[in-house]
Structures are given as structure tokens and as C-alpha cells.
Design a protein around this ligand. Structure first.
Ligand SMILES: Cc1cc2nc3c(=O)[nH]c(=O)nc-3n(C[C@H](O)[C@H](O)[C@H](O)COP(=O)(O)OP(=O)(O)OC[C@H]3O[C@@H](n4cnc5c(N)ncnc54)[C@H](O)[C@@H]3O)c2cc1C
Length: 439
């Protein structure tokens, strides 16, 4: 390692730049906690958002702050870490320099690309304009705000007088969202909105293939569909969405499903700016990496998490991102010590998803599967312990207790969204900020 001195006498150490403070980026930083390096974490947001619980924010179960972690606070736990709020725009691999959106250049000895992915609308007409996706904190809050705005409209008999939610996509996000909305309707909203007839709040889940939760075993897929139907979710399987309009969705067969709120819960692709980084990309824009997680054809650049594509493409889930980030932290230390890099080995710890209170599916790598209340308790435990920060764990536990415990459930009050105030002229037209697209 270099032991040069700067003009003010400080020792200079190898500089590791990590782009993206998600699961992969933070795992890399933690793995380098005791290493003799300086780390700069660059993120376009100032916080880490725990995406697996984002649907809880969108459905009034959790506050956004419960699942948000201030990235600068990582510095208090790690003296070699620094944070820069910025967006990576260019990489000059030959000079080992990156440029941020505001023009600042940062040189590196090792660069880690852990910038995740974003929603893909698959070019579906009207989807970007009219559907609400859920990939960031502001998007989750927009869904919650829009939901409560539509509920107030229905209560005041404005518009259709109905709140019809259509969720596009039957993966974990769509299933979890549908289950939480059905529960919200049947428990909390009944008391809060007695003016709205229960049959006027509908939840429809539209999914292109014949079964939900594709990565799970057939028994678990059937279980999820059965629970959702039992909880009053209208499942439209084998149904593709061809167009989203301001009033609903048009399916491939030409049927129009009216909706006050369309949630887009399917499809991911790399952020557009990755195409300008000079890195090799594969399906969905993911960055091609070697088996040691170095980017193919580039020196001292690594990639992990959703954005990285190994030859054996790993699922875009939290565990591959965490394990990949940890591996990169170790490999950077080996590289700086002049040792050969080791290949990444992924250890599958299983997958899980919830369909609502007392209902979840768990699948372990040995083929063992579990459903029902025990699976659900396991889901709660894993999600709470995986959160960053004790404060977030405690507040999430409290909100879960309020939302789910039987004695309190009947009176559980959802965390209300921001419905625009009624102005003196009575105008109910949305404010400008409510119609702008959240990114
Ligand atoms: C709604 C939802 C629910 C999910 N539920 C589950 C679940 O239950 N279980 C599970 O295992 N997985 C789940 N996932 C997937 C899981 O969240 C991802 O696989 C995981 O977050 C990937 O981690 P990452 O570090 O690669 O990227 P991310 O966690 O997405 O982090 C990427 C970071 O990079 C930053 N960034 C992006 N571009 C730039 C740039 N150009 N410059 C600077 N910074 C940038 C972003 O702000 C972000 O902080 C879910 C995902 C979503 C969207």
C-alpha cells in the first residue's frame, strides 16, 4: 500500500470509491471497515431505502423514516468512510477517475459500481405517464398520497365514487402490495370511511403469466393466489397490460379495467446513465462481471448487486447484493496486497414473501417450504433484523405491532397520506407537485 504524504502531512491511503449506498455498496464499505484505505461513498440520494418494506410505506403501515437510513451517519461507525451526494456520470477507467453530475472529478484506486436498477415499463404505452411505480421513497409516498386522495374523493362523491386499484405484476412486490391493500380496506378503512361502500374499494392484480411468484415452488404460488382471492383480491392471470390510461388499463385482449390508481410492480432495467460509463452491458443493461466480480475488460473496477450480471445470472435480490458487496470488500484488500482475486460463491439462504397478516411463503435452498403464520413470523423477524439502525428496527416493530396485533387491529389507524388541502374556491384540482412524476 502507498504511504505517501500530502502537503499538510496527512498519510494518503488507497482510495476506494463506492457508487451506490444500497445493500451491495454498504456491504462493501462494512467489509473494508478495518482496512487501511479511505472510502468515499457516492449516492444520488442522501439515504438508504430498505426496498423490501417500501410497500408498507405505500399502504400506510410504516413511515418513510422507519425504513430510511441517513448515509452520512455511516461515518460515525466507520472512521475511514466519507460520503458525497452526487450522481456518477462518467468513468475514465484508463485514468482511474470518475466524474459526477456537478462536474467534480474523483480519482480512485478501486471503484465499486453498486448503483442498483430502476423500473422498466417495457415500452408499455402510457405506463410511465399514468402508472405509479415503486422504486424510491418519493414514489412510495406518492402512492400513499394518491390512495388517500382517491379515498377522500370517493367519500365526497367526487368522480366515480370508487377507489379501484389495479396492480400490474404478480411478483413479490405486486403480491405484497395487493395483500396489504386488501387488509387496509377490510380493517382500517371500514371505520375511517363509512361513507364508502366496501364494494367500491377494489384491488385487482393483473399478471402476464398463469401463476404468481414465479421464483417460488408451485405449492407456494398456489398458496399465495388462494390467500389473495380469499382476501378479496381480483386476480387476472394470463393477462398482459398493453396500455395504461388516466382511467385504467387496457389488456392485450382489449378489455379495459377501470382504475383510479394503477401501481406498476413489474420489470427492472439499468439506469440510463450506465450506458455512458463505457462498461460492458448485457440483458436489461446489467454490467457484465467476471467470476471475481471485476467488470469484464476493466482494471480495478468491480460491480455487485442488481446492476451486476455474472455468467450464472443471480436473482436481483438483497442477499446476492449483500454477499457480492462483502466479497468485493475482501477482493479489494487482496488486490491492494498484490494477491490474486478469488471467485465469488453465492450461498443461497432461501427466499420469502408475505401475502398479509399470518400469511407468508418461505422457501429454503434444500427444497423445504413453509406457509402460514409461522412463515409470516419468520418474515417479520428477518425483515426487522435486516433493517439498518436500531431506531428503525424499533419504530418498525412498533408500527407492525399496531398494524398486526389482533387486539389493536380493529382500531389500527393507517399512517395517513398527504391529501391536498381544500382551498377557498373549493377547487379540488391537484396541486402542481401532485401531478409531477416522482423519480
Ligand atoms: C419494492 C421492492 C421490494 C423488494 N422486496 C424484496 C424482498 O422482499 N426481498 C429481497 O431480497 N429483495 C427485494 N427487493 C430487491 C432488493 O431491494 C434489491 O435486490 C436490492 O436493493 C439490490 O441492492 P443494490 O445494492 O444492488 O441496489 P439498491 O439497493 O437499489 O441501491 C442502489 C443505490 O445506488 C444509488 N444510485 C443509483 N444510481 C446512481 C448513480 N448514477 N450515482 C450515484 N448513486 C446512484 C441509489 O440511490 C441507491 O441508493 C425489492 C425491491 C423493490 C424495488
Amino acid at each position: 500500500m502507498s504511504d505517501d504524504r500530502t502537503t499538510d502531512g496527512r498519510a494518503t491511503r488507497p482510495h476506494v470509491v463506492v457508487v451506490g449506498g444500497g445493500f451491495a455498496g454498504i456491504a462493501t464499505m462494512r467489509a473494508l471497515k478495518d482496512a487501511d484505505v479511505d472510502i468515499t461513498l457516492v449516492d444520488r440520494h442522501v439515504y438508504n431505502m430498505f426496498q423490501p418494506l417500501m410497500y408498507q410505506v405505500a399502504t400506510g403501515g410504516l413511515n418513510a423514516g422507519d425504513v430510511t437510513y441517513f448515509l452520512r451517519s455511516l461515518r460515525s461507525k466507520q472512521s475511514n468512510a466519507d460520503f458525497r451526494h452526487g450522481l456518477l456520470t462518467t468513468v475514465r477507467a484508463d485514468e482511474r477517475v470518475i466524474t459526477l453530475r456537478d462536474g467534480e472529478e474523483i480519482s480512485y484506486d478501486a471503484l465499486v459500481l453498486a448503483n442498483g436498477v430502476n423500473t422498466s415499463y417495457f415500452g408499455t404505452k402510457g405506463a410511465y405517464e399514468f402508472a405509479y411505480s415503486m422504486y424510491s421513497r418519493s414514489q412510495a409516498l406518492r402512492i400513499r398520497d394518491e390512495l388517500f386522495t382517491q379515498l377522500e374523493n370517493a367519500a365526497a362523491s367526487v368522480g366515480s365514487g370508487e377507489v379501484r386499484v389495479v396492480i400490474v405484476g404478480g411478483g413479490s412486490t405486486g403480491v405484497e402490495m395487493a395483500g396489504a391493500l386488501a387488509e387496509l380496506r377490510d380493517q382500517a378503512l371500514k371505520d375511517a370511511y363509512p361513507e364508502i361502500d366496501a364494494s367500491s374499494i377494489t384491488i385487482t392484480l393483473v399478471h402476464r403469466s398463469g401463476e404468481l411468484l414465479k421464483p417460488f415452488a408451485p405449492r407456494l404460488r398456489r398458496y399465495a393466489a388462494k390467500v389473495l382471492r380469499k382476501r378479496g383480491v381480483d386476480l387476472r392471470l394470463d393477462t398482459g397490460v398493453e396500455e395504461v390510461t388516466p382511467d385504467g388499463v387496457r389488456t392485450a385482449s382489449g378489455e379495459f379495467i377501470p382504475a383510479e390508481l394503477v401501481v406498476w410492480a413489474t420489470g427492472v432495467a439499468a439506469h440510463a446513465e450506465v450506458a455512458g460509463w463505457g462498461v460492458p452491458q448485457t440483458h436489461g443493461g446489467r454490467i457484465q462481471v467476471n467470476d471475481d466480480l471485476t467488470v469484464k475488460g476493466l482494471d480495478r473496477i468491480f460491480a455487485a448487486g442488481d446492476i451486476a450480471a455474472t455468467d450464472e445470472a443471480l436473482a436481483q435480490l438483497a442477499q446476492p447484493a449483500i454477499q457480492g458487496g462483502e466479497h468485493i470488500g475482501e477482493q479489494i484488500q487482496r488486490m491492494l496486497a498484490g494477491k490474486p482475486l478469488k471467485p465469488f460463491e453465492y450461498h443461497d439462504k432461501g427466499t420469502m414473501a408475505t401475502v398479509g397478516t399470518n400469511a407468508a411463503v418461505v422457501q429454503l435452498p434444500n427444497g423445504f417450504t413453509m406457509t402460514g403464520p409461522v412463515a409470516w413470523l419468520l418474515w417479520v423477524f428477518v425483515h426487522i433484523t435486516s433493517l439498518l439502525g436500531n431506531g428503525n428496527r424499533l419504530s418498525t416493530l412498533t408500527h407492525f405491532f399496531v398494524r398486526y396485533m389482533w387486539a389493536l387491529r380493529k382500531r389500527a389507524i393507517p399512517i395517513v397520506g398527504d391529501v391536498r388541502p381544500v382551498r377557498p374556491n373549493g377547487d379540488r384540482a391537484p396541486e402542481k407537485w401532485q401531478t409531477e412524476k416522482a423519480e
